[in-house]
Design a protein around this ligand. Structure first.
Ligand code: TAP
Length: 502
């Protein structure tokens, strides 16, 4: 509960006044503008409804601390109404042909691309991430998830030959703040393609794009209740995952909350997939194309301010090239442009919230206390908002907190190795197992390493590349189940066994 109070504090601004519609308009001649309503209600049964709690909370722009809008707080009764709406919608939705469901998903995908700029700006404002990323990654990938799953909706029998895939029922989906729109698409698209109905709970600090997605659902004519969105804090998430009307829970977030959810659904016959934290090893061998590897490492840790579950946060460099590589990295970090997330030249935007900024500061201080050397890019950070310079800690040992705990910020911990065996041993020495990266010129070494590394995704000579067709998920404390691809759809169906020809 303390965590939720902390988050609420970060969004409570004494100057909060909602005089009317808040409008972002970058230049008079530009069409790139977004209008934000001063208040957002819940989306239940295809309608905007007031919360029974009567309460609202603020969502702010982390780059300026300016309030953007107030958002309804859904508690038990609202969550119950949303689950009931999804239950009511389920029989008709599952009875539709796959082709029919596909039409809705294609329509949503196309509409999202038509309004791509608006969604990109809104996401940047509510999250703090640079417009370059929302424009080139978040929005197109979110649309890709709808397109991709639309393509499978009428071909599920081909995906699971000899089986009869049936939808599960009402799915409760809880998502985090680091990729709000993308996570919503990533969760909703496969669930609908497979014939389920949904209650989605976005993160308290970044609910606006999931709510705007509801406008697309309405405009696409999606039947009422097929998708419901309940905004709120951890209490809303708790009410949802505990609701007896759910057939499945899909959660993305911290390992700590994931464990709580696992307990909450235990023994209820509810399907569960968990996408949790990570502490990815990013390996650089002496024979790698070092300048390309520098770019990969920078993308691996500074993309989205390092608020990425699969971020390459543990750099393992072969000892023979350590000094050279660190020097190249230090010079490259100096060229990262940090600042106004709405500026298309910005590489790194704002840290998402004050509690997250404090956590990053605390862990970096712990790293220095434990003996690591601190290297920070020299850059002028804005006075208002939550900011942190690109940071690297060298001389890190496996026992240090910064080598073991997820920082979820723009902080790279650098360690060394001598042999491939030692690299694998250090890479696997973690309680997580979500992703890993390998930079080497030798194909045989890539295969040898990939077979031995315990990570759900292993990139080689690239990092942080995503595709709706590719399954994503982890081992150990990074969770279980996969999202994306055939494996992702499998998590939204029950396989009933095939029909034998007569
Ligand atoms: P969490 O605090 O776990 O929050 C995730 C979501 O769960 C939010 O919507 C949150 O609501 C809600 N929630 C909080 N307490 C809950 C409870 N007891 N029962 C049900 N729902 C609850 O994580 P975060 O701070 O948003 O995100 C950062 C973490 O997510 C990192 O550890 C990161 O690695 C992980 N993450 C993993 C992935 C994948 S794919 N593996 C992707 C992105 C992020 P409020 O936000 O309103 O409190």
């Amino acid at each position: 509960m303390a965590k939720h109070a902390e988050k609420a504090e970060s969004t409570t601004n004494p100057e909060l006044k909602f005089g009317g519609v808040w409008k972002y308009d970058p230049a008079p001649e530009s069409t790139d503008h977004v209008v934000i309503a001063p208040r957002h209600e819940l989306f239940v049964g295809g309608q905007w409804v007031k919360p029974k709690s009567g309460e609202y909370f603020a969502t702010i722009d982390p780059a300026t601390e300016r309030p953007l809008s107030e958002v309804a707080l859904a508690l038990d009764k609202d969550v119950d109404a949303a689950v009931k709406a999804a239950q009511k919608a389920f029989p008709a939705w599952r009875a539709r042909s796959g082709e029919d469901r596909a039409r809705y998903l294609f329509r949503i995908a196309r509409m999202l691309l038509e309004r791509a700029r608006e969604f990109a700006v809104l996401e940047t404002l509510d999250n703090g991430k640079p417009i370059k990323e929302t424009r080139d990654t978040d929005v197109p990938l979110a649309a890709q998830h709808f397109f991709y799953h639309a393509g499978w909706a009428d071909k599920l029998e081909l995906l699971f030959p000899g089986e009869r895939p049936e939808p599960l029922g009402v799915v409760g989906q809880v998502i985090p703040w680091n990729f709000p729109l993308l996570m919503a698409a990533w969760k909703v698209a496969p669930a609908l393609a497979a014939g389920n109905t949904v209650v989605l709970k976005p993160a308290e600090t970044s609910p606006l794009t999931a709510l705007r997605l509801c406008e697309l659902f309405q405009q696409a004519g999606l039947p009422p209740g097929v998708v419901n969105v309940v905004t709120g804090d951890g209490r809303t998430g708790q009410a949802l995952v505990r609701h007896p009307g759910l057939a499945k829970v899909a959660f993305t977030g911290s390992t700590e909350v994931g464990k709580e959810i696992q307990k909450a659904v235990a023994g209820r016959g509810v399907e569960l997939t968990l996408e949790l934290g990570g502490k990815a090893a990013h390996l650089v061998f002496e024979d790698a194309a070092l300048d390309q590897a520098v770019e990969g490492v920078v993308r691996g840790i500074f993309f989205n301010q390092g608020h990425v579950c699969c971020a390459g946060s543990r750099l393992l460099v072969q000892e023979s090239v350590h000094d050279l590589f660190v020097d190249k990295l230090r010079r490259r970090m100096q060229r990262i442009r940090v600042g106004n997330p709405l500026d298309k030249n910005t590489d790194m935007g704002a840290i998402h919230s004050r509690p997250q900024l404090e956590r990053i500061r605390e862990l970096v201080a712990a790293g220095v206390d434990e003996g690591a050397s601190l290297h920070q890019a020299q850059c002028e950070l804005p006075a208002k908002g939550f900011w942190y310079a690109p940071t690297m800690l060298t001389g890190v040992a496996m026992s240090h907190r910064v080598a073991r705990e997820e920082i979820f910020g723009p902080v790279l911990s650098v360690l060394t190795f001598r042999t491939p065996e030692e690299a694998v041993e250090k890479a696997n020495n973690t309680s997580y197992g979500l992703s890993a990266g390998i930079w080497t010129d030798k194909g045989a070494r890539i295969l040898w390493l990939a077979e031995r590394m315990r990570a759900g995704v292993v990139w080689h000579n690239t990092f942080n590349r995503f595709d709706a067709a590719s399954p994503f998920g982890g081992f150990q404390e990074s969770g279980f189940g996969r999202e994306g691809g055939r494996q992702g759809l499998r998590a939204y169906v029950r396989l009933q066994g095939g029909l034998l020809p007569g």
